[in-house]
Design a protein around this ligand. Sequence first.
Ligand SMILES: NC(=O)c1ccc[n+]([C@@H]2O[C@H](COP(=O)([O-])OP(=O)(O)OC[C@H]3O[C@@H](n4cnc5c(N)ncnc54)[C@H](OP(=O)(O)O)[C@@H]3O)[C@@H](O)[C@H]2O)c1
Length: 367
Amino acid sequence: MAPVPKGSTVAVTGAAGFIGGWVVRGLLDRGYRVRACVRDTNDGTKTDFLRQMPGYASGRLTLHSANLDEAGCFDDVFSGCQGVCHVSHVSTYDDPEYMRGVCEHVIASINNSGTVNRVVVTSSIAAIISEADLQELVRRPVFYEDRYPDEESPKRTTERGEGYSMGKVELERLFTDAAEAHGGWDCIRVCPADNVGPILSAHQKDMGPWQHNIEMMLLGKYYQNGAYRPWMTVDVRDDADCHIRLLENVNVQNGERYIAWSTDTRNVEDVCASIDRLLPELGHATPEVTDNFPERIQAREAEMRAIWAQCELRNDRICSVTGATFRPLDESIRDCVESLLSVAKVKPLLRDGFKPAQSLEPLSHGV
Ligand SMILES: NC(=O)c1ccc[n+]([C@@H]2O[C@H](COP(=O)([O-])OP(=O)(O)OC[C@H]3O[C@@H](n4cnc5c(N)ncnc54)[C@H](OP(=O)(O)O)[C@@H]3O)[C@@H](O)[C@H]2O)c1
């Protein structure tokens, strides 16, 4: 199958989101025509940032209302597109039947378009490493594209919080099989890691977990992640770049899977401390942990940290096939913080007695 022609028309689902917004921006920067699919084009709080992109003024960027809960919502939008980046979340990952139904109608719109020749489907590293039994990380500590969570584990259920991981594995399978069966379009799967980096619109601070966690740290509340795991990151701009490279690349094949991450990992307490280290002029009052683990987890924390520390993250495949490069996490944290202040007007908690730069007043004070 062919990659999408440079400058052709690409639809992006989830375009108002953190990753989708950057995919739209990256496509416009590279000369594409973009159909940005959002749930409601009339919701200015979520869509005005797209209208402010230069391509909107000329008509190279258009906005389309499409609710994934309505079958056929992409029929008109995909018709005439050569590429689709299916980035969107769904309403729930805990209902397998609903999840399958959504995939099937998105696939039907692709099939019916008659024009789409490549689809990049956004999965997640949760479809690589979400283990219901931590010992699975000991048995299979190398994280690369051919790895899946242990699907045989009896603990792998939606009730135990595995719905997201299960849903993403299913999404990948359904799209890959459909592309194979149709024969007219490629499905390329991308599994992003923990996205950190600048938000494009204030509403995005409340969405993906990582930028929200950094916002909370700025406000003086630092939460751990579940039963401890380090942040395993990708800059959101690099993630978007990976999506576009996969759309354009002549060497990727139908059904292939690529992880998008820098392979940088960092413990959550170090992420929190990084804010003051990277931006000392901000005077951020680095908070103590807000939510101590329950005792049963505390008793196993050292063991969990040791298990995660011996895991090996690999990005050889995406780097060698697409030439993608990844920013260091420090750059992503710095730019995330600065966007939270400038775009979302977050007021960070400052060290007592710290005199902030003029432009940041008024700010609250803490410890
Ligand atoms: N953020 C991460 O660290 C991360 C890591 C791995 C994988 N991913 C994957 O990357 C994708 C994007 O994540 P993100 O962080 O950018 O999420 P996000 O900021 O929450 O954006 C997701 C978008 O999905 C759209 N959406 C949700 N339900 C919808 C529905 N029923 N109909 C239409 N649109 C719907 C929302 O549209 P509206 O805003 O228009 O309502 C939203 O803009 C997801 O598939 C996620 O699983 C994210």
